[in-house]
Write a protein that binds this ligand. Structure first.
Ligand SMILES: NC(=O)c1ccc[n+]([C@@H]2O[C@H](COP(=O)([O-])OP(=O)(O)OC[C@H]3O[C@@H](n4cnc5c(N)ncnc54)[C@H](O)[C@@H]3O)[C@@H](O)[C@H]2O)c1
Length: 347
């Protein structure tokens, strides 16, 4: 293996074509796009042409095309069989989120990859956003004090469309919660650590497809912090600003637009030097906010470079399959809570 990982792509026509190929695989220093496969051969041929790759007609052909790794970006119900086939072909795999539709599927994917000796990563690329990393550093250094509360929001307008796999749990595993809430839950675990219990409401507030278009989750963390995740398919794109709020006993970090596909948003930290006193008037705006604006990082490029590096160095990728499994466990608990009306403890 040289110092560049040769990538193949399964499901080249969606997010792969929009973001991960042009911004990630093509731009990464240690990656090269070799071959692409999509069930839609016209789309696949166009992607191959645009990005100077070979269009193949089957996964078997993809596995024989001299690649080291596969980026799986097919609909969620196809992830298990695509990952297992690639693992049997001895290819390392970066799979889009959620890894599977259920915990059992995800566990099977992980155990097959382990048995075949290949790496499996979860595409939680929002972890790589430099502002998220700065916020994490502030929390880890104790500057936020004791973590108290967080909110992560990701919503969009997603009207009923023919054959939309996300609109049926049989193909998507769920709706807004599974699709976008998965990122928010993962980010909240990155910031606050392990989740201890969850409660959740889901609904079809506006759209009448089979998957939920609305979800609000309450999370209770092992460290005593709490968080909410709100994620809707029925709020206009421009009305939802992808809010991230992190509060602790020493201040807050408030952000707009950092959650999502872009490379940055607005983030300000309001940190108190001294919280020992008590002010009965509860005056606000005493502390000037500090704008958190590190050099922007393209999250798709970062995830491809990090995963390629993990292959080259024969080490676990940062966004490993355990994160994907943990996410699946929380998602399953959320749906169980929504179904039963109970708080679900995470074992
Ligand atoms: N991380 C992110 O920023 C991000 C953004 C969007 C989607 N996603 C994830 O990426 C995955 C794909 O989502 P999308 O929005 O690109 O979906 P999409 O429907 O837009 O694209 C999926 C592509 O897969 C192809 N496809 C369908 N069945 C296939 C099969 N059996 N074999 C090969 N190709 C097949 C389709 O023709 C299509 O081109 C999902 O897991 C989703 O959650 C991640």
């Amino acid at each position: 293996m040289e110092n560049k990982i040769k990538w193949g792509v399964i499901g080249s026509g969606g997010i792969a074509r929009r973001r991960t190929i042009p911004e990630g695989i093509i731009k990464a220093e240690n990656a090269v796009l070799t071959s692409v496969y999509d069930i839609n051969s016209n789309v696949n041929a166009a992607v191959a042409r645009d990005f100077n790759a070979t269009a193949v007609n089957s996964i078997e052909e993809l596995l024989q095309s001299g690649i080291d790794a596969v980026y799986v970006a097919s609909p969620v119900n196809m992830h298990p069989s695509h990952v297992i086939t690639c693992a049997a072909g001895k290819k390392h795999i970066l799979c889009e989120k959620p890894l599977g539709m259920t915990i059992e599927e995800t566990e099977k994917m992980i155990s097959v990859c382990k048995k075949e000796g290949v790496l499996l990563g979860t595409s939680f690329m929002m972890r790589f956003l430099s502002q998220h990393q700065s916020a994490l550093k502030i929390i880890n250094e104790g500057k936020l004090g004791k973590p108290v509360y967080g909110r992560a929001q990701l919503s969009c307008w997603y009207p009923p469309l023919p054959d939309a796999w996300r609109q049926d749990p049989v193909t998507g595993g769920g709706g807004s919660l599974m699709d976008m809430g998965s990122h928010c839950i993962d980010l909240m675990e990155m910031f606050f650590g392990k989740i201890k219990s969850v409660s959740c409401f889901i609904n079809n507030s506006v759209h009448s497809y089979k998957s939920e278009d609305s979800a609000v989750v309450s999370l209770f963390f092992s460290n005593g912090a709490m968080a909410t995740v709100d994620t809707f398919f029925c709020i206009p794109d421009n009305s939802s600003k992808n809010i991230l709020e992190l509060y602790g006993s020493g201040g807050s970090i408030l952000a707009k637009g950092t959650i999502g596909q872009g490379d940055s948003g607005e983030m300000t930290a309001y940190l108190e030097a001294d919280t020992s006193g008590y002010n009965a008037q509860q005056l606000r705006n005493q502390a000037d906010g500090v704008v958190i604006n590190p050099l922007a990082v393209n999250t798709y490029r970062a995830e491809i470079e990090e995963f390629s590096n993990a292959i080259l160095r024969k080490q676990e990728p940062k966004n490993n399959a355990s994160l994907g499994l943990q996410n699946q466990i929380i998602l399953a608990a959320c749906y169980e809570s929504a179904r039963s009306g109970r708080i679900i403890e995470i074992k």
